[in-house]
Write a protein that binds this ligand. Structure first.
Ligand SMILES: [Zn+2]
Length: 583
C-alpha cells in the first residue's frame, strides 16, 4: 500500500462522500440543472469532508464528460466522471489553472485578498470552464480580506465560484456578516463512530487487510468524528511492524492507548472503596508513561458505558471485552452515583488540560470517587421533605441527599465528615423549635451527631468563615459569604443560607464556591454536610401554596434545569436516558 489511505480513498464523486448526502445531493442537483451559485460556505468539524466536497464540486464544474453532455443537451446527473483528464488533475491536486486552493490560515493579509480579487478577474482558461477558489480555514481571513472579497461577490465575474470551508462559521458571522448573505451555506454533519467504523471496514476489506471490530472501534473513537484522521490513524497502525492485520493490540500500541484492564482495575478500586489503592494504581500508570488526559477521557468512556449498562441500556461503542467486564460488575455502582462521578469528571476536565500536575488531579478525583457516599433513594429524600423537617422552598430547592455534594466535596470537607476533629463542639440543644430532630420513618440514623454544630454556632462564627476565605485570597467569594445569612440547619446537616431577593451574583458565587465554603465551615466550626441558597421570603410558609408538595417530577425538573445550566451535554444525555436523577 504505497498510497496513504486517506488519499487513495478520497471520493471522486458526490455519491461517495460519506455521510454528507444532504449537501452532496444539493450540489449535484445544482450542477445538473446548471444553477451553480457564485459562493458557497461549507461549515463543519474537522475531517467531515468540507474540502473533499469542494474538490468534487470543482471536478463536476470542469468535467469534460459533463461539458460534452451539456453541449449535446443530454440530461446529466451532475456527477463528475472522475476519469477525464480534468477530473483526474483536480482529484490528484496537481496544478490546475482553474482550481485554486487557498489556506486562509497562511494567507491572511489584505494583500493576499487583493491578489485573490485581481486573479478572480481573469477568466477561466477556456470558455466552458469554471474557475473555482477553495478557501480553507476561511474564519482565519481578516476583516479587510473579507471586504475585498465582498466586492468580488457583489459583482461576481462569470464562471467564477468561491467555496469557503470553515470549522468556525460564528467567527465569519462576526467579521463579515454581509458576505454571509451572499453565500449558500451548508452545515456538514459530524461523522459518528459507527459510520467511521463502517467506512474503515469497507476500506480495509478493499485493501485485503484483516481487522477486528474492537480495533476499528478504538480508531473511530480516537478520530473523534474525523474520517480523514481515522484513515491516517489506520495508516499509522499498518506502518507498525511486519504483520498487516489491524488488531486491538496493535491499535493500542500505535495510539498509545491505556489498556482497558487498567480502567476496570480503577473501577474496582472505586466500587470497593479502596481509596488507599488509588495511589499505587495511578503511579503504575505514570510509570507506564501514559498520557493522563487520555486516562481521564478513557475513564469517562468507561463510566458512561457503566451508566448505560446500569440503566439497562446498551453502552455505545465499547469493545466486547469491556462490555463483558462491565456487565459482570453492573450492580456494584448505581446510576446516580456513576452520573455524579461523570459530572465531577467533566468539571475538572478543563483544569486538567492546563494543570502542571495531572497525576495529582487524577488521584484526588479517584479518591473522591472511592469515598463518595452512595446515593439515598429519591423517596427517602422526599419523605424528609414531607415531614417539614426540611421545608421545600419550591423556587430555590437545592436537593441534597446525604453526600450529594460529595462530587464537589473538597478534600478538607471530606475529611471532616470521615473523621471529626476531637475539638469539635458537643451537641448543644437546638434553639429553634423547628430544628428539633424528628424521627423520620425511613430515614437512616444520623451519624456522629456529637460533632455537628448548631445554627447558633454557625451564625456566631459566620464572619470568621468569610474572613478565612478572604485570607485565602478569594475576595469575591468572601464578600458573597458575608452577604448571605445562615437561616436554618436541617437535622440532616443541610445548612440553608438566605440571600436578598433578586440577588443572583452573590448567591451564585456562594453556590459555585460551596466546596470551599463547606470546607471552611467544617474546619472552623464543625462539619456541615451541604448548603443550599434560598431567596429571602421564599422560605415563609405563606410563600408556598398550602398543600403544594414537592413531587418527584418537580425535583427532577429542577435538578435537571440546574444541571443543564452547568453542563448542557450531560443534561441532554440524562434527558435522553430519562433518569431519575437524585443529585
Ligand atoms: Zn470528468
Amino acid at each position: 500500500m504505497s498510497l496513504a489511505l486517506a488519499r487513495k480513498y478520497r471520493p471522486t464523486n458526490f455519491a461517495s462522500v460519506a455521510v454528507q448526502s444532504h449537501v452532496a445531493n444539493t450540489l449535484k442537483g445544482a450542477i445538473a440543472r446548471d444553477r451553480v451559485a457564485h459562493g458557497y460556505l461549507l461549515c463543519g468539524p474537522r475531517g467531515t469532508g468540507k474540502t473533499t466536497l469542494a474538490r468534487v464540486l470543482a471536478m463536476a464544474l470542469n468535467c469534460e464528460t459533463l461539458a460534452d453532455a451539456r453541449r449535446a443537451g443530454t440530461p446529466n446527473d451532475g456527477e463528475p466522471c472522475g476519469s477525464c483528464s480534468s477530473c483526474e488533475r483536480i482529484w490528484s491536486g496537481s496544478a490546475s489553472l482553474d482550481v485554486i486552493e487557498i489556506d486562509a490560515a497562511s494567507n491572511r493579509g489584505v494583500d493576499d485578498a487583493r491578489e485573490l480579487r485581481e486573479r478572480a478577474m481573469y477568466a477561466p482558461s477556456a470558455d466552458d470552464r469554471y474557475k473555482v477558489y477553495i478557501v480553507d480555514e476561511a474564519h482565519m481571513l481578516t476583516r479587510e480580506a473579507w471586504n475585498a472579497l465582498l466586492k468580488v461577490l457583489e459583482e461576481p465575474p462569470p464562471r467564477v465560484v468561491f467555496v469557503f470551508a470553515t470549522t468556525d462559521p460564528q467567527k465569519i458571522a462576526q467579521a463579515a456578516s454581509p458576505v454571509l448573505s451572499r453565500l449558500q451555506r451548508f452545515d456538514l454533519k459530524r461523522i459518528s463512530p459507527s459510520e467511521i467504523r463502517e467506512r474503515l471496514a469497507h476500506v480495509l476489506t478493499s485493501e485485503g487487510v484483516a481487522f477486528d471490530d474492537d480495533a476499528l472501534g478504538m480508531i473511530a473513537r480516537a478520530a473523534d468524528g474525523g474520517l480523514r484522521d481515522a484513515l491516517s490513524l489506520t495508516d499509522q497502525v499498518l506502518s507498525l511492524g511486519e504483520s498487516s492485520a489491524v488488531t486491538a493490540d496493535r491499535v493500542r500500541t500505535a495510539l498509545g492507548l491505556v489498556p482497558e484492564e487498567e480502567f476496570i482495575g480503577l473501577l474496582d478500586v472505586i466500587a470497593e472503596r479502596r481509596a488507599a489503592d488509588v495511589f499505587g494504581k495511578v503511579q503504575a500508570l505514570a510509570d507506564g508513561g501514559v498520557d493522563f488526559a487520555q486516562v481521564l477521557s478513557g475513564l469517562a468512556d468507561v463510566l458512561r458505558a457503566t451508566l448505560a449498562l446500569s440503566l439497562g441500556g446498551t453502552p455505545p461503542e465499547i469493545s466486547d471485552t469491556l462490555r463483558v467486564a462491565l456487565d459482570a460488575r453492573r450492580d456494584r455502582l448505581t446510576a446516580p452515583d456513576v452520573l455524579r462521578m461523570l459530572h465531577a469528571l467533566l468539571e475538572i476536565e478543563p483544569q486538567f488540560r492546563k494543570s502542571g500536575q495531572p497525576q495529582l488531579l487524577l488521584e484526588a478525583l479517584l479518591v473522591r470517587f472511592a469515598l463518595l457516599d452512595r446515593t439515598v433513594e429519591l423517596e427517602e429524600v422526599l419523605r424528609g421533605f414531607d415531614t417539614g423537617e426540611d421545608p421545600p422552598a419550591r423556587r430555590s430547592a437545592r436537593l441534597e441527599p446525604r453526600g450529594a455534594s460529595a462530587y464537589a466535596m473538597a478534600p478538607a470537607a471530606a475529611k471532616a465528615v470521615v473523621s471529626a476533629p476531637p475539638s469539635a463542639p458537643t451537641e448543644v440543644p437546638r434553639s429553634a423549635p423547628r430544628e428539633v430532630p424528628r424521627s423520620v420513618p425511613g430515614e437512616a440514623p444520623r451519624s456522629a451527631p456529637s460533632v455537628a454544630p448548631t445554627l447558633e454556632q454557625i451564625r456566631a462564627g459566620w464572619s470568621g468563615v468569610a474572613e478565612s476565605i478572604r485570607a485565602a485570597g478569594r475576595g469575591m467569594l468572601a464578600e458573597s459569604v458575608r452577604r448571605v445569612r445562615p437561616s436554618a440547619l436541617g437535622a440532616n446537616g443541610l445548612l440553608t443560607l438566605l440571600h436578598d431577593p433578586g440577588d443572583d451574583t452573590f448567591s451564585t458565587a456562594v453556590e459555585n464556591g460551596r466546596d470551599d465554603v463547606l470546607a471552611t465551615i467544617s474546619r472552623l466550626i464543625g462539619p456541615v454536610r451541604a448548603i443550599r441558597l434560598e431567596s429571602e421570603g421564599v422560605h415563609d410558609a405563606a410563600a408556598r401554596p398550602a398543600g403544594k408538595r414537592l413531587t418527584a417530577q418537580d425535583v427532577k425538573t429542577e435538578t435537571l434545569d440546574r444541571l443543564a445550566q452547568k453542563d448542557p451535554v450531560l443534561a441532554a444525555a440524562v434527558r435522553a436516558l430519562d433518569l431519575e436523577l437524585l443529585d
